[in-house]
Structures are given as structure tokens and as C-alpha cells.
Design a protein around this ligand. Structure first.
Ligand code: AP5
Ligand code: MG
Length: 191
């Protein structure tokens, strides 16, 4: 099993690329954002609590997402590895993920980082708000807060991954297919 993190600020294309990569390389795509939105759509108590935090662009508590991920890891069979999208998002989540994987004879093998400039991120998210609409895309202040939270709480994971030789930056600007090609080239080398 090879396990990949796909990393990058809000709007960098993690979700878009994950679907294509999971399909090509038989990886299980695990997006904590998607799991949380599914809880909200189901109207669960957890979903109700988390929606207030997500609407502001803040992070939900580490314990909530760690528990979600652990149960998915244990219930998934028959894949070549996991592709974690939007998780981990804090250094504490990263350390927990390493522990969880190590306990099951696995590790983090590669961190793919999508590099996209600030103005392009905002442009993509505003466009998505117009087209379909995730509540956290609707308010430009919330978009800016999500980007700030990424810089403050999530970017430090890059240092952690650099120290562990897991860091693979990829240019995240261009056509979806070109970026997919760049990501595939990295994964082919790691496999
Ligand atoms: P999450 O769902 O992870 O959202 P995010 O990180 O803000 O990122 P997005 O999903 O908006 O962007 P993306 O990088 O996936 O890009 P996408 O492919 O969609 O998290 C949401 C919230 O949940 C958080 O704020 C937090 O509250 C909570 N949460 C989630 N995980 C958590 C965790 N682990 N710990 C704590 N809290 C957590 O693309 C964006 C748009 O751009 C799309 O419209 C797409 O069509 C378009 N696009 C994609 N690629 C291109 C391209 N190459 N050119 C032009 N447009 C493109
Ligand atoms: Mg996403």
C-alpha cells in the first residue's frame, strides 16, 4: 500500500484532482471536507455543530476528523492505497495519521502539494459560488479566512513533510489535464 496526501490551499484543486487520481491508481479518496458536508446533509447532530464552524472557515476539532478517518481506514479493502484530501490540516492531525498508519503496518509515502497563487484561488472559489455554491464560498471574507487558516495552521505540515522527505510540490495552475499529468508523473516515480 502507498499512501498519499494531496495538499494545498482552498480552491487549489485537491478535490478535482483526487477523483481522477483515485480512479487511475486504485486509491481510496478520503476527503474530510466531503465527509463533514455529508454529515450536514444528513442532518446529524455532529453535522449541525460542525456546520457553524465550517461556515466561518475555521477548522473543526482534530478529534472529530481523526475519528472519521480511522473508521474509513478500517472499513476499506482492496485498494492500492489511500489518498487523503484536506486531511491532515494541523501538525497534530499529521502525527495522529502517522500513528494510525504505523499501527496498521503503513506510513505516509508522499505529500503532493498544489501550488496556486492567491488571486487564482479567490477567482476559482468565487466562480464556484456563482455556479453551484458551497456556503463557505459565498462570502469573500470567509474565503480569505480559509486561506489565512491554511497559512497559519496547515502550512506548517509542509515543514514536517520536508523533514521526512515526503514533500513533492506541483504547479497547480493550468488546465485540469495538465495538472493531472504533473501529479501522475510524481506518483509513477513513487509507486
Ligand atoms: P474542504 O472541503 O477540505 O475545503 P477547502 O480546503 O477549503 O478546499 P476546497 O474543497 O474548496 O478546494 P479544493 O482544493 O478541493 O479545490 P477543488 O478541486 O474543489 O474543507 C472545508 C471545511 O471543512 C474547512 O474550512 C473546515 O472547516 C472543515 N474541515 C475539512 N477538513 C478538515 C480537517 N482535516 N480538520 C479540520 N477541519 C476540516 O476546486 C475548486 C474550484 O476550482 C472548483 O470549482 C473546480 O472546478 C475549480 N478548479 C479546479 N481545478 C482548476 C483548474 N486547474 N483551473 C481552473 N479551475 C479549477
Ligand atoms: Mg475540496
Amino acid at each position: 500500500m502507498k499512501n498519499f496526501l494531496i495538499f494545498g490551499p482552498p480552491g487549489s484543486g485537491k478535490g478535482t484532482q483526487s477523483v481522477k487520481l483515485a480512479d487511475k491508481f486504485n486509491l481510496k479518496h478520503l476527503s474530510t471536507g466531503d465527509m463533514l458536508r455529508a454529515e450536514i446533509a444528513a442532518g446529524s447532530e455532529l453535522g449541525k455543530k460542525m456546520s457553524l464552524i465550517m461556515a466561518k472557515g475555521e477548522l473543526v476539532p482534530d478529534a472529530v476528523v481523526i475519528e472519521m478517518i480511522a473508521s474509513k481506514i478500517d472499513s476499506t479493502k482492496g485498494v492500492a492505497g489511500f489518498l487523503f484530501d484536506g486531511f491532515p490540516r494541523t501538525v497534530a492531525q499529521t502525527e495522529e495519521l502517522e500513528k494510525m498508519l504505523n499501527a496498521r503496518g503503513m506510513k505516509i509515502d508522499c505529500m503532493l502539494v498544489l501550488d496556486v497563487d492567491h488571486d487564482e484561488l479567490v477567482k476559482r472559489l468565487i466562480l464556484r459560488a456563482e455556479q453551484s455554491g458551497r456556503p463557505d464560498d459565498k462570502d469573500p471574507d470567509v474565503i480569505e479566512n480559509r486561506i489565512d487558516v491554511y497559512k497559519e495552521k496547515t502550512e506548517p505540515i509542509i515543514d514536517y513533510c520536508r523533514r521526512h522527505d515526503l514533500y513533492y510540490p506541483v504547479d497547480g495552475v493550468g488546465s485540469i489535464d495538465d495538472i493531472f499529468g504533473r501529479l501522475c508523473a510524481v506518483i509513477e516515480k513513487i509507486k
